[in-house]
Design a binder for this molecule. Structure first.
Ligand code: PHE
Length: 337
């Protein structure tokens, strides 16, 4: 091929180049080791000596032109590629509706909210097994085999000594055996009871709180619960203790909050009382402390167990606990905002 021929096919081919790969191929086709221009240079030896310098400088001139074309074409292709990507990969941040966005389950929302409040107060979050031994669920908590308190919780037994935990209180002895005071822990998790109606589910969620230290009093328990209640239901929420009984706390209390629906005036949600019962609590029974090797003369503690579904039902005005587990999108979508 003559210089002119090479030049004109090159012009056509480089103009048709569509991307960086093609350009690279073209470059080796013309300027590579066995490229067209290189073979042209090699043919210089067949020319008469006086023509060689002119021919050589023409070839070099062409090489320079080609190199310039390659670099300008390269820039052109790069800019076009960038332009294409900016166009095609554009994200419209102004889009307001996205039909497939997920949302947290209301139980998860409430559980996270309570745990976050506890973390802010310096509590450590721990989790334990749902399949539990009779020892941790009952005996370590001062509930021996023949204790009538076992009737308060209809237990799913797996064997005589293994069961589905009926309360997150099962974590109390587990933790106190391993960790020594001062301790401030919170244990969220599932618990199981053979019970089912509009306000009871065979599986539900509790959050256990446990504090053991020197000089812990019922006032500390009340202050902690008031802080949680104020953040869950608003600063005007009042906390009331009523005497109760749990084998593992002494004294024991049922904790009521002023009804978030009527503000304490009385309505159908609070059965006209102005108060809603939300959890059980008390001072850790010295028997439980001693059982775990903690000196009850030196240390005291409080514990409480919150029913997560119960709080969520009050907070969102949900009339039936079963709505939480049916996974009806019309229900769940309301919490996605
Ligand atoms: N475990 C008790 C229940 O499930 C609640 C509770 C927890 C009571 C901690 C006192 C202390 O009913």
């Amino acid at each position: 091929m003559t210089i002119e021929q090479i030049k004109s096919t090159f012009d056509v081919e480089i103009a048709a180049c569509k991307n960086a790969n093609e350009l690279q191929e073209l470059k080796s086709k013309y300027l590579g080791k066995s490229g067209a221009l290189t073979s042209l240079l090699k043919s210089i030896k067949d020319l008469p000596a006086e023509e060689r310098p002119i021919f050589g400088s023409k070839v070099n001139e062409l090489r320079k032109q080609m190199e310039n074309r390659f670099s300008s074409k390269g820039e052109e292709l790069f800019a076009a590629e960038l332009e294409r990507r900016l166009r095609e990969e554009r994200v419209d941040v102004s889009l307001t509706s996205c039909s497939h966005r997920g949302a947290l389950h209301p139980i998860t929302l409430v559980e996270n909210q309570i745990c976050d409040l506890m973390i802010a107060m310096g509590f450590e979050v721990l989790s334990g097994p749902e399949i539990e031994t009779d020892y941790y669920n009952f005996q370590a908590l001062n509930i021996p085999y023949d204790h009538p308190a076992r009737d308060m919780q209809d237990t799913f037994y797996i064997t005589d000594n293994i069961l589905l935990r009926t309360q997150t209180s099962a974590m109390q002895a587990r933790v106190m055996e391993r960790k020594k005071p001062p301790l401030k822990i919170v244990c969220p998790g599932k618990v199981y009871r053979s019970d089912s109606d509009a306000s009871h589910s065979p599986v539900f969620n509790q959050i256990e709180g446990l504090v053991v230290d020197k000089n812990v009093t019922l006032c500390d328990l009340k202050g902690t619960l008031e802080y949680i209640a104020a953040h869950l239901f608003g600063p005007q929420t009042k906390v009331r203790f009523r005497p109760s009984y749990f084998p593992f706390t002494e004294p024991s209390v049922e904790v009521d909050l002023t009804c978030s629906n009527c503000g304490g005036k009385g309505c159908s949600l609070c059965k006209e009382t102005g108060w809603i019962e939300v959890l059980g609590a008390g001072m850790v029974n010295p028997f439980v402390l001693e059982n775990c090797g903690i000196d009850s003369g030196k240390y005291s503690g409080f514990a409480f167990g919150i029913g997560v579904e119960r709080v969520a039902m009050i907070k969102y005005g949900i009339p039936d606990i079963r709505l939480f587990y049916e996974n009806d999108l019309r229900f769940l979508k309301q919490f996605g905002k």
